[in-house]
Design a protein around this ligand. Structure first.
Ligand SMILES: Cc1cc2nc3c(=O)[nH]c(=O)nc-3n(C[C@H](O)[C@H](O)[C@H](O)COP(=O)(O)O)c2cc1C
Ligand code: SF4
Length: 446
């Protein structure tokens, strides 16, 4: 059994109750931090831990915290990004629903480190059933003196607020989230300035993912060095992975970073292999935004080494043969899956969710959706494939926020690795006209 940090006590009945949570050692980090450590010492432990942001980009958390502007005469804020709307990613909601105090404890210790006296959890609007769970947990934390004035008799005070979003994927982008929290339309801001300097209400702000923040109590309790011993190289600690698609055991798993991808997919401890004994065709390893990889490339790097669940190993080979750990949304496709249909499906999502500020994203996602629709429905022509590549290339790197890249990469990578499936759709329109058409033959059979 691998090391568990976030899900260690997940099977404990009534873990959402603060007394039960405290019975598992919960809230010890708050006492340790506010009574025995300075805020800088907490940040130092997080730096030593090597913890990287679990929201997708993998930016080192301690370094991000140290960028927070100091002595500005303005308040500082910690904002938790609980928007989790990326297709394939459902780990944060699982943690918040089943272990809400782990996030609240993390918010308190992290806010202390950042000198924030007011903090927010910005939650995806659709998580209506999780909202009351967290509100109740926050009330319990106030009643035990972990929140409010002079926490546990110290001179540190913190108020924590929940804020529901309106249900837009773009509000997960940190500056769009801040706009939305300020009561405006969730449009991403042009950066710089970054939130560490100009964040919520123009004040220094750190935005961190749910899982990132929930890791902090363990780091405070055990020390950054202990956290850094878990994992491999610059990928330290554990990671929540939400696994779905054509596997035997979909669900949320906590892995030690460095686990071989093959073990994750095929061992009974995790996904339990491909459903129905079928062959695996492809994997999207880090949520819908990351490049799709065919079976042989997700199991081994281009150099022939076993691919590991780490930031570095998954991206080995760059965009030619690699992908990204991203937000940990692991989607597995079996031999019957239609890559063209899936790419069209993802692209509809990005077109719908584009905020429309930049022309390449606003127009390009619409173009890609239309072209993919006609290919999938048997009305495409061969020039469409290069047209898609061209549009994707023109979006990539030319937008205000990374949603443009997130829309371009799935299309470009699907064509890079599964071009023959696109060609098959164009050459055999009669065979693909049904929504649930027969599997597209492999490259060898086509
Ligand atoms: C379109 C888009 C959606 C995003 N959605 C989320 C999200 O739901 N949750 C999240 O933590 N980060 C999301 N991010 C990343 C955030 O902008 C930001 O990098 C992250 O919250 C930082 O936290 P971390 O350093 O702890 O990972 C999104 C980014 C983009 C471009
Ligand atoms: S890339 Fe897309 S979502 Fe991001 S700011 Fe531009 S139009 Fe909006």
């Amino acid at each position: 059994m691998s090391k568990k940090i976030l899900l260690e006590h997940i099977a404990t009945p009534n873990l959402t109750n603060i007394d039960v949570y405290m019975g598992t050692g919960g809230y010890k980090s708050v006492e340790k931090a506010v009574k025995t450590m300075t805020p800088d010492e907490v940040t130092e432990e997080v730096k030593k831990s090597g913890l990287r942001g679990r929201g997708g980009a993998g930016f080192p958390t301690g370094m991000k915290w140290s960028f927070l502007a100091k002595n500005t005469g303005k308040p500082s804020y910690l904002v938790c990004n609980a928007d989790e709307s990326e297709p394939g990613t459902f780990k944060d909601r699982y943690l918040m629903e089943h272990n809400p105090h782990s996030l609240i404890e993390g918010m308190i210790t992290s806010s202390y480190a950042l000198g924030a006296n007011t903090s927010y959890i910005y939650m995806r609007g659709e998580f209506t059933w999780i909202f009351p769970i967290l509100e109740k947990a926050i009330d319990e934390a106030y009643s035990k003196g972990f929140l409010g004035k002079n926490i546990l008799g110290s001179d540190y005070s913190l108020d924590l607020y929940m804020h529901p979003g309106g249900g837009a994927y773009i509000c997960g982008e940190e500056t769009a989230l801040l706009e939305s929290l300020e009561g405006k339309r969730g449009n991403p801001r042009i950066k710089p300035p970054f939130p560490a300097v100009w964040g919520l209400y123009g004040c220094p702000t750190v935005v961190n993912n749910v899982e990132t923040i929930a890791d902090v109590p363990w780091i405070v309790n055990h020390g950054g060095d202990e956290f850094a011993k878990i994992g491999i190289g610059r990928s330290t600690g554990t990671k929540l992975i939400s696994a779905c698609g054509n596997i035997n055991k979909p669900g949320v798993y906590e892995i030690e970073l460095g686990l071989p991808v093959e073990e994750f997919i095929f061992s009974d401890e995790y996904c339990g292999g491909i459903a129905g004994g079928k062959k695996m065709k492809a994997v999207v390893a880090g949520g819908s935004s990351v490049p799709i990889l065919p079976a042989e490339l997700i199991l081994k790097t281009a150099k022939g080494e076993p691919r590991l669940m780490t930031y570095e190993s998954l991206s080995d080979g760059g965009f030619a043969t690699g992908t990204m750990l991203g937000s940990g949304g692991f989607i597995v496709f079996d031999e019957n899956a239609c890559i063209v249909r899936n790419t069209w499906n993802f692209t509809q999502f990005y077109h719908h969710e584009s905020c429309g500020q930049c022309s390449p994203c606003r127009e390009g996602t619409g173009w890609m959706e239309k072209v993919l629709h006609r290919i999938e429905n048997g009305h495409g022509n061969m020039r469409d494939i290069d047209l898609l590549v061209d549009v994707a290339r023109k979006i990539e790197g030319n937008t205000i926020c990374p949603l443009g890249d997130a829309a371009a990469w799935p299309v470009a990578s699907a064509i890079r690795h599964f071009r023959h499936e696109f060609e098959y759709h164009i050459l055999h329109p009669d065979k693909v006209k049904d929504r649930n058409h027969a599997p597209v033959p492999t490259l060898q059979e086509a």
